[in-house]
Design a protein around this ligand. Structure first.
Ligand code: PLP
Length: 230
């Protein structure tokens, strides 16, 4: 297994190559390190190379690692399925929640934030592959969901997130990313007050090139940086 530094360099080369093909600027792609199951020492090593945006899937893990990571300035997002009984902790430890996919969840979050007099950045997660096991709202429901959540004063929608289909067929994955990009364009055209749509969080270790070609502004990479999870 290569070291974290080498792995990050390789990711950077992949981003640059994909941007060249897509005619995009690599500076427009943020790298979020998906750090589930990764020990704090190894995350801190990644921070030392200048990559300080992380994403955790479990609120418990986010909370447990927070003390160890606190000495190093960084930003943590929540990228997993959010249970409503974990809202209090996620609000405390995550700067952005990328996985809001129902009005019910958004309303519970809004209620908590209102009590605390806090605001929180969120992304709306869309199930672009329409596999029933996956989180995310249906693509055809995304615009209405954005519009409804936009009325909640303590939530700030910053964009959309999706997980592409796990498949050997790159065109199927591409279809997912195109769907998210199309929804972004459609929602921007609606000019919904209080909604910004600058973030398209899509692309992981295996499909980041396709995501970048289709307009991703944030890739979420785990195994390509930290090695295969055990
Ligand atoms: C684990 C995870 C990733 C990163 O996956 P890799 O294939 O390891 O790069 C990205 N997004 C989410 C939501 C994840 O859970």
């Amino acid at each position: 297994m290569n070291g974290i530094q080498e792995n990050i360099s390789y990711i950077v080369r992949r981003i640059e190559e994909a941007c060249k093909i897509a005619g995009r600027n690599p500076n427009d792609i943020q790298v979020l390190l998906a750090t589930k199951t990764v020990q704090p020492e190894r995350i801190i090593e990644a921070f030392s190379y200048g990559y300080t945006l992380i994403g955790e899937n479990k609120v418990q893990e986010l909370k447990e690692k927070a003390a160890a990571l606190r000495p190093v300035p960084h930003t943590a997002h929540f990228i997993g399925h959010l249970q409503s009984n974990k809202i209090q902790d996620v609000v405390q430890y995550a700067a952005c929640i990328q996985s809001i996919d129902t009005l019910r969840l958004a309303e519970k979050l809004e209620k908590h934030l209102a009590e605390k007099q806090l605001c929180k950045d969120i992304l709306i997660q869309v199930n672009t592959s329409e596999e029933s096991a996956k989180s995310g709202c249906k693509p055809q429901e995304a615009e209405t969901l954005v519009r409804t959540i936009a009325a909640l004063p303590h939530l700030h929608i910053r964009g959309l997130m999706t997980i592409g289909t796990f498949t050997d067929d790159p065109e199927e994955t591409r279809r997912c990313f195109r769907c998210l990009k199309r929804l972004q364009t459609q929602i921007i055209a609606q000019q919904i007050p209080g909604v910004s749509m600058e973030v398209l969080s899509m692309g992981m270790s295996g499909d980041l090139e396709i995501a970048i070609e289709e307009g991703s502004t944030m890739i979420r990479v785990g195994s390509a940086v930290f090695g295969t999870r055990v």
